[in-house]
Design a protein around this ligand. Sequence first.
Ligand code: IMP
Ligand code: MG
Length: 379
Amino acid sequence: MEGRILVKDRYFVPYIPYERLEKAIDAVAERINHDFKNFDGTPIILCVLNGSILFTGELMKRLNFPCEFTSVRLSSYEGTLSTGVTRKVLGLTSSIKGRTVIVVEDIVDTGKTITDLHALLLDAGAADVKICTMLLKPEVYKKDLKLDYVAMEIENRFIVGFGLDYDQLGRNSKDIYILDSKTEEKTAMKHFLIFGPPGAGKGTQAAKLIDRFGLRHVSTGDLLRREIAAGTSLGLQAKSLIDKGELVPDKVVEGMIASELDQHPDVKGFIFDGFPRTTAQAEHLDAMLAARCQQVDAVLSLMIPDETVFERIRHRAEIENRVDDTKPEIIRNRIATYHGKTEPVISYYKGKGVYREIDGLGSIDEVFDRVSAVMEEYL
Ligand code: IMP
Ligand code: MG
């Protein structure tokens, strides 16, 4: 059996080798042969496509009594539960009226599929319906319907291979693989955005949060400065744009974020500061994270009244002797720009239900306690 395999966008590790499946199928076939040895009539083996295709083949060649074969597919759910309409059997060409049918399934999970099918086959006139499944997840199966033949019981985890799929892929594997919990832990990485007007203390809080929670702080401003200092081609490109007073294009910023994500696969999560600044960037971040089976878990928005922002910017400008920033109209303009630019991004995240407002007034420690309390809900 191969080691870890990638199916679409998820890693799976070896779980049941083909040799063990063969033994389990031998045993279940023997039980069916025993039960049908003196059977008066010809049962129909009914393969439930697509998942049972390999199992049915293996099982059939071990059956030593006369039997017919047919296959069906189940339509996906139709209508709502309240109407009672669930599924339809597709492709049942041979008549099953008055016949004994042995349904061959790949896996029974909650049992919804198999109980629906059982009822539908009796409705279609079957005299008797026996169930044979290769796999059963006993922890989740809560139906009363008796499962006549179960080749193997497994734990309640997601598997692929030997006919079973993950998003239609992986059916052609001879062995069965299980979702890699180690990779899944990594994909459980958490992502936070820290928002707030200039002077809200985002950088200060982010620095304390990464220490406390073992996260990585990503500030697009810092990343750009680092690239420029290192004299990389990206840095040179960015510097020439900044020197001309132009914005660094989204693509450049997004490229930097992607490489940050790829370079630090082992951290518990990230705190993004200064990104995304536009809804286009927010959508792109979502796509980048989705490709890694991750998402933005929470947007932490430090709330400061405009008057306080005004005072903080003016105070900082005085200390740092930035004459321009002490002019009231310039400060007001910066505050207005902040609201105008971030408002759409805020409503984007509100729409996703991840936007959290946090009172940003008070001492650094008071604010830190409030932000930490929110983050603890996610970590
Ligand atoms: P149930 O209706 O909940 O019993 O689900 C049965 C169907 O769910 C199977 O026929 C499979 O298509 C699918 N299924 C359940 N568990 C798994 C799994 O671990 N891997 C792949 N498909 C599964
Ligand atoms: Mg199936």
